[in-house]
Design a protein around this ligand. Structure first.
Ligand code: 3H9
Length: 717
């Protein structure tokens, strides 16, 4: 049985310490332990009160997520049974919150009579991020303590609330910098003559809003804005509605239980929990030992003060790491630093940071023109524009100037990291760090492992990525890495659908209804249609058929948002797309000139072809070992490409659809377009075995089954 609860006695108080490292979820052993310890404390007449706390860095991180979806063990008390025992204790109980009290952890604390927290503690009901609702009384107790409106905000955003704020809100009775157990004992001494308060009995904040629809209407608007397509948010709102309007606490609890089970059985729950575990798995690298020493990163440097360089510098400063930006052009540098300052001003004006925080982060960012200034950096990230020769020059220079044990990283979205490593005398210290724009906001970080990148450098970059609050995912050094290589197939299909008769707004809306945050044509308009067009002109290459419409639009100065017209029309100063019927003649002509017979295309076909293009390429990436596991690709797509989290990423989507179905659809598409739809071997194989995508084959297995080489990947790409 996982976890336990330790029992000790101090000054006549029973100390119950949840012990289930690293974050103390309420696994079976913990539940059994808490019940046993409570009974022991109740039975001992020398015990005056009970302190419930957690061992290590967490109080209780919630229910054990890995238990969801498994059949319950009838012998073990449920969380509800444990909490009932806690709440009905005849002796006073304090939750001594030593760290994170999340989900079922906060719900546990709300069943105690009092809550005392260390100043480092934090609370939250983040179940919504797992496709769930707080199902152990959270939807009924939290509104009673802080009011339905604030409770809904906490539950719909799933945000963590630091102890100080939680005290102001009334969730926590007292915070302390001293020992939280000692302080809890003192607190109980002070309260010894008071009747025992129970959150379930507090009704005034609910009565205040009874009959007023505003709270629910506002919550619905918030859910529509930040949780599009998700099932659980509406159920959370219904639970709070029940808390306000039900005849009793118990009736509200019954509703919560019903809705919790609905969430539990909804496929979104499986998809979102898959992402929770995948994000954690992604930072583990199969052949890098767990105990690999992490290098200290105390100083960072960025080469290039453009949008990417500035955004990356902000990430380091936000994580409290001093960062020095250099640029060869003084004007660029000034402009770049001014943009950073503007970004922080914007955040301050929005109330996301205060002036002190802004000064603190700006104080960590310095800049200059000379390479000598970064000689003592622990990591240098080159973030200049995509030109291999220029990057090689920079890496040569960095290798000469920067201390020998510093990591040299390139923020490239597709260039060969081995080629950069080769121009240095420290190829083992070279790695790719592909941030996504805007780098200070987007969570994805593709970490590109070159042939000689050392284990220590990789482990360090994964750890730095987490400190920068990114979701780091490792890719081998292969063209397009993971994300852009998959994207290529997706946009190719979107362009083919346009040639075959669908219109941009139909394709976009089909994919947005599927859940993508932005359809491919809106995305192309945002990025700028002229980029590819200019590159093709410069290199004098013939455009592929899928780029013909793009290029024809550019010939008419329709570059996308920057010229207020592209696949769509835009009003000056607005990013809202309006269909552009004037383009339709052009689409028809290009189709006809290239032998495409335009036809009606269903939304289902659009979604299938675009999403399965991602899946098929993802499967090839997996079988080649470019990505370590299918969950890594899901993390890439959710954090970098706007794939809906509630579908669990493209590979999980395929797993949940069933690989046999996926395989059959690809066979069907291949009848009309065999070159594009060359099916990944792994799909064929897994579909026969009723299998699912999972781990990539190991290096040794790969050698037997596939001859992985970069040129073959490049050809496919
Ligand atoms: C719930 O409570 C439902 C109830 O309302 C109703 C019930 C009836 N369970 O994140 P880390 C593992 S739903 C199992 O790297 P950090 C995690 O997988 C729950 N395992 O650490 C990882 O394992 P590994 C609501 C869990 O310091 C290890 O712990 N609660 C759980 O960066 C370390 O995790 C939440 O949603 C869990 N609940 O962050 C909170 N939590 O080492 C979820 C973590 O093998 N947890 N693990 O990879 C978190 O947000 C973060 O883990 C936390 C620590 C902030 C606590």
């Amino acid at each position: 049985m996982k976890g336990q609860c330790l029992y000790s006695v101090k000054d006549g108080f029973a100390i119950l310490e949840v012990d289930n490292p690293p974050v103390n979820p309420l696994s079976e052993g913990v539940r059994v332990g808490i019940v046993d310890c409570l009974e022991k404390a109740q039975a001992d007449s020398n015990i005056h009160g009970i302190i419930l706390t957690g061992k290590g860095r967490s109080f209780i991180a919630g229910a054990d997520i890995s238990e969801f979806g498994k059949p319950p063990n009838e012998e073990i008390p449920t969380i509800h049974a444990v909490l009932e025992k806690l709440e009905s204790s005849e002796k006073p109980v304090v939750a001594a919150i030593n760290g994170s009290a999340l989900g079922g952890g906060l719900e546990t604390a709300l069943c105690c009579n009092y809550r005392v927290s260390s100043s480092k503690g934090f609370v939250g009901l983040p179940e919504v991020n797992l496709g769930l609702l707080p199902g152990a009384g959270g939807t009924q107790r939290l509104p009673r303590i802080i009011g339905p409106s604030e409770a809904l905000k906490m539950m719909l955003t799933g945000k963590h609330v630091p102890a100080k704020k939680a005290e102001e809100m009334g969730i926590i009775d007292k915070i302390t910098d001293a020992d939280v157990i000692e302080e809890s004992i003192k607190f109980l001494h002070d309260k010894k003559n008071d009747p025992l308060p129970k959150v379930r009995d507090l009704n005034s904040k609910l009565n205040d809003v009874s009959g007023d629809e505003k709270v629910i209407v506002e919550a619905r608007a918030l859910a529509a804005k930040i949780r599009k397509g998700q099932f659980a948010p509406n159920k959370i709102i219904q639970c709070v509605d029940a808390a306000i309007n039900a005849d009793s606490f118990d009736e509200g609890m019954k509703k919560e239980q019903e809705f919790f089970i609905e969430c539990l059985l909804n496929p979104q729950r499986e998809a979102m929990i898959h992402i929770f575990f995948s994000e954690r798995a992604a930072s583990k690298i199969q052949d890098v030992p767990k105990e690999t020493e992490i290098m200290p990163i105390k100083k960072a440097a960025i080469i290039g003060s453009g949008t990417m360089g500035g955004g990356i510098a902000m990430c380091f400063a936000n994580a409290g790491i001093p960062v020095h930006i250099i640029d060869q052009d003084e004007n660029n540098l000034e402009r770049g630093v001014a943009v950073i300052k503007d970004n922080y001003d914007f955040m301050m004006n929005k109330g996301r940071i205060d002036e002190n925080q802004k000064d603190a982060v700006m104080g960590l960012i310095t800049s200059g023109l000379e390479y000598d200034e970064i000689a003592d950096a622990d990591i240098v990230i080159e973030a200049v524009y995509e030109n291999l020769d220029l990057k090689k020059e920079i890496f040569k220079k960095l290798d000469e100037v920067v201390k020998k044990d510093a990591i040299l990283a390139s923020n490239t979205s597709g260039l060969d990291i081995d080629a950069l490593a080769k121009v240095t005398n420290r190829p083992e210290m070279v790695v790719g760090t592909h941030f996504f724009s805007p780098a200070n906001i987007m969570r994805l970080l593709e970490v590109v492992r070159a042939e000689k990148t050392s284990d220590q450098v990789l482990a360090t970059i994964m750890s730095v990525g987490k400190k920068l609050k990114k979701a780091p995912v490792v890719s081998l050094n292969a063209p397009g890495f993971i994300g852009n290589r998959m994207l290529f197939g997706y946009t190719t299909q979107a362009n083919k659908l346009l040639l075959e008769g669908a219109l941009p707004h139909q394709i976009d809306s089909a994919l947005e209804n599927f859940g993508m945050s932005m359809g491919p044509f809106r995305m192309m308009d945002l990025v700028g249609l002229d980029l590819g067009w200019r590159a093709r002109k410069l290199s004098k290459t013939n455009p592929p058929v899928t780029a013909l419409i793009n290029d024809a639009l550019c010939e008419q100065d329709r570059f996308g948002q920057k010229t207020n017209k592209g696949f769509y029309n835009y009003k000056e100063g607005s990013r809202a797309p309006h269909p552009a019927p004037e383009n339709e003649k052009l689409y028809e002509k290009v189709s006809e000139d290239n032998g495409y017979k335009r036809r009606e295309i269903s939304d289902t076909e659009i979604v299938d072809r675009c999403i399965l293009a991602l899946v098929n390429e993802g499967a090839k990436i997996l079988q080649e070992g470019v990505s370590q596991r299918s969950g890594d690709m899901d993390v890439v797509y959710i954090n970098g490409y706007g794939f809906p989290i509630w579908r669990g990423g493209p590979m999980q989507y395929a797993n949940m659809e069933g690989l046999e179905k996926v395989s059959n659809k690809i066979d069907e598409f291949a009848k009309n377009d065999p070159d594009f739809w060359s099916k990944a071997e792994i799909i064929e194989q897994l579909s026969k075995e009723n299998g699912r995508f999972g781990e990539a084959p190991t290096k040794e297995e790969r050698k037997e089954k596939l001859s992985f080489n970069q040129t073959s990947v490049a050809k496919n790409f």
